[in-house]
Structures are given as C-alpha cells and as structure tokens.
Design a protein around this ligand. Structure first.
Ligand code: KIV
Ligand code: ZN
Length: 381
C-alpha cells in the first residue's frame, strides 16, 4: 500500500470562481454528492461570507454530506471566520480554511503592511478559527512568490496557533516544478513543528504547470492536493483532480495512492461541465472527448492489434465508453476494414483496396468519415 495523498476538491469554491460558472445551492449539492461518491477526502464547499446563497450552499452541503469533510473559506478576520463556522455548524467533520497573502508583492501592494503584522494577523485568525473547529487549514496566499525563509516562519507560527494543515498556494501559477518542489522540501526541513501539520499544495495553471507542480510537491513531502474537476478555476484554472489521481495510479512505483474511485471521473467531469456551462477541451487529459480516440493510420493499426500500443490507461478505468477509431484522411486500411466489419461488411483484400481509394477521396473532402459515409462507399459500385 502506498502513502495516502488526501484529495481536497475545490471545484465548488475556486472552480466556481470561473467567470460564468456560478451555481445555485441545489446544483452545488448535486456536485457535492458526486464528489462524496467519487471518494474525495475534503470538499471545499464555498466562501460563506461572499453571498447569502453561498452561505446557504455550504450549510446545505454540511447537512447532507457525511463521508467527506466539509471545508469553508474565510479571510483572516473574525467576521469571515464566524460566518464560515456558522455555515459549517452541522457538518460531521468541518474545516475552516483561513489565510492571508504572504509574498512581499501582496504585503506591499495589497495590504500596505509589514511581514510582522501579516504573521500576527494570520496567527490571530488561526487562533480564532480554533475556537469553532478543531481542523483549521491556513493558506499562505501567493506562497509561490514568497521568500522561503519568511514562509517557514509563517508556517511555524500558524502551526503554533493550531493550524492542522498548511496550504502553500502557487496562487499566480508562477513556479517551475523543481522550484515548487524545493519550496516544499525547504518547509519540511526548516519548520521545526511541521510534523504536527499536513502540507497542502494548491497550484494554479497560468503556465500550464499546475499538475506538474503538485506532483513535485508530493515528491517533496506534501500530503494533500487541492484540485478541481476538469482543472477549472480562477484564470487558467487549478490542478486537475483527474490528472493527479491517474498520475499516481499509473505510476504506482512512486509509492502514493488516493481514495478516489476513478471509475466515476468521466461522469463527474460531464456533470461539472454541464452544470457550470464550461466545455471540456477535446484534448483534455483523461476526460476529454479525444482522450481515447485514434485517427492516424499508424496508431489505429497498433490499437487494433493491441490497445496498449497507444493507450496507457484503460478507458473503463476512468468510466469512458472505450477506445475510438475515428476515420480521417490520415487513417489506413486497417481502420477502414475494422469499421466495415463493425457495420456488417467483411472485405477481401481486393474489395478493401477498392473501398480504400474511394474512402480517401471522401476523407479528403470531409474532416471525419462517419458510418453513414462508409456504408455509402461500400454500397457504391
Ligand atoms: O489561489 C489561492 O491562493 C487560493 C487561496 C484562497 C487558497 O485560492
Ligand atoms: Zn486558488
């Protein structure tokens, strides 16, 4: 058995910050139930102080979800924390997620403050949150651009205040994987009370590195990953849940595992995409429409001989319908013969040669040659 990596899903909080993705309470509850079935350890259900409906959503989810922990976001001030605590009141296992910007950019340009005052504000926030719940997660916003020595001081102080989880967000998606990994390692080696807390990674995808950074976080000692279904979220989005889960599953030799039942990944991807009206790009890893489609002759020939020649994941494992052979002008005879067979035509070598030259003419005109086109080609004299 590998080391367990906790999956903290923030589809309903950071994911919902995607422009146009706002959900009402019943839609949020529907997704929360699917996240619970998927096996997510912690569901970040919302930011209760942000609007009355979000408060209501966190409260409703807290009352209805029993197998996942429910978390609510709060800035580092008493009002936010009280509101989060109230919304989480009925949760079986509640968590308050509070924090503040720690980079000099945030301290100088956002708060017009000092490092000392920021540490004090964070410390008071964690202490206050502990009055309501046992499980308090602290986020050091913009940790990706925070000086490591100062970040270590922040972490030590927040753990002293009672934080059970220390979140190291690469808020702006700036870090390179080795840099982010080194940051986590630095904290493991330089925060003297770090053994009392879980280190969490919360990476954004501004440079397309969110998943890689999260993996480097794990390899250097992080035990929790914050992620979203389909990788949605603020700006370019967050680490994608399905990618993290399948990377750890495909690379068992790394020695990690999650509690996620990957068979539900495609179903929840579709649900989130439809409810939030955000299309999944066709080439999206794991859950995109083309993730198991093969269109070139060389690949099709291989897949038809043995699926594993061009697929590292069995589509069944993630709840996808199966491998697809798509006929295009780049397809070969093997794929055409396969398609013909699937619609009831067993072609001799000669018949296949003739059909193939007709097929290429159609394929050069059409982007994709579908079953109807193939039937016409085969019936034409
Ligand atoms: O990206 C970020 O820093 C966040 C925090 C609120 C955790 O979303
Ligand atoms: Zn974020």
């Amino acid at each position: 058995m590998g080391k367990n990596i906790k999956i903290f899903d923030t589809t309903l909080r950071d994911g919902e910050q995607t422009p146009g993705a706002k959900l009402n309470t019943s839609e949020k509850l529907l997704i929360a139930k699917m996240l619970e079935r998927l096996g997510v350890d912690i569901i970040e259900a919302g930011f209760p102080i942000s609007s009355p409906e979000d408060f209501n959503s966190v409260q409703t989810i807290s009352q209805n979800i029993k197998d996942s922990q429910i978390c609510a976001l709060a800035r580092a001030n008493p009002k936010d924390i009280e509101c989060a605590a109230q919304a989480l009141n009925k949760a079986v296992s509640p968590r308050i997620h509070t924090g503040i910007g720690t980079s000099d950019t945030h301290i100088n340009h956002k708060f017009n403050s000092t490092r000392e005052k920021i540490i004090e504000k964070g410390f008071q926030a964690v202490k206050y949150a502990k009055k309501f719940v046992e499980d308090v997660e602290f986020f050091a916003e913009d940790a990706g651009r925070t000086d490591n020595v100062f970040l270590a001081q922040v972490c030590e102080k927040m753990i002293e205040a009672g934080a059970t989880v220390i979140n190291i967000p690469d808020t702006t998606g700036y870090c390179l994987p080795h840099e982010y990994g080194e940051k986590i390692k630095f904290l493991v080696n330089n925060v003297k009370n770090i053994h009392k807390a879980t280190i969490s990674c919360h990476c954004h995808d501004d440079l397309g590195l969110a998943t890689s950074n999260s993996i480097f976080g794990i390899l250097n000692g992080a035990q929790q990953i914050e992620c979203t279904i389909n990788g949605i979220g603020e700006r370019a989005g967050n680490t994608s849940l399905e990618e993290i889960v399948m990377i750890l599953k495909q690379h068992k030799n790394l020695g990690y595992e999650t509690s996620i039942n990957s068979k539900y990944l495609c179903e929840i991807s579709k649900l989130v995409s439809e409810t939030m009206s955000i299309n999944v790009q066709p080439n999206k890893a794991i859950v995109g429409a083309n993730a198991f489609s093969h269109s070139s002759g060389i690949h099709q020939d291989g897949v038809l001989k043995s699926r594993i020649t061009y697929e590292i994941i069995d589509p069944i494992e993630v709840g996808a319908a199966g491998s697809n052979i798509i006929l295009t002008a780049r397809s070969g005879r093997a794929a055409l013969s396969h398609k013909a067979k699937s619609i009831g035509f067993k072609l001799s070598k000669d018949e296949l040669d003739k059909a193939y030259s007709k097929f290429l003419k159609v394929a050069d005109k059409n982007k994709v040659v579908d079953d109807k086109d193939v039937l016409q080609i085969l019936k034409a004299k």
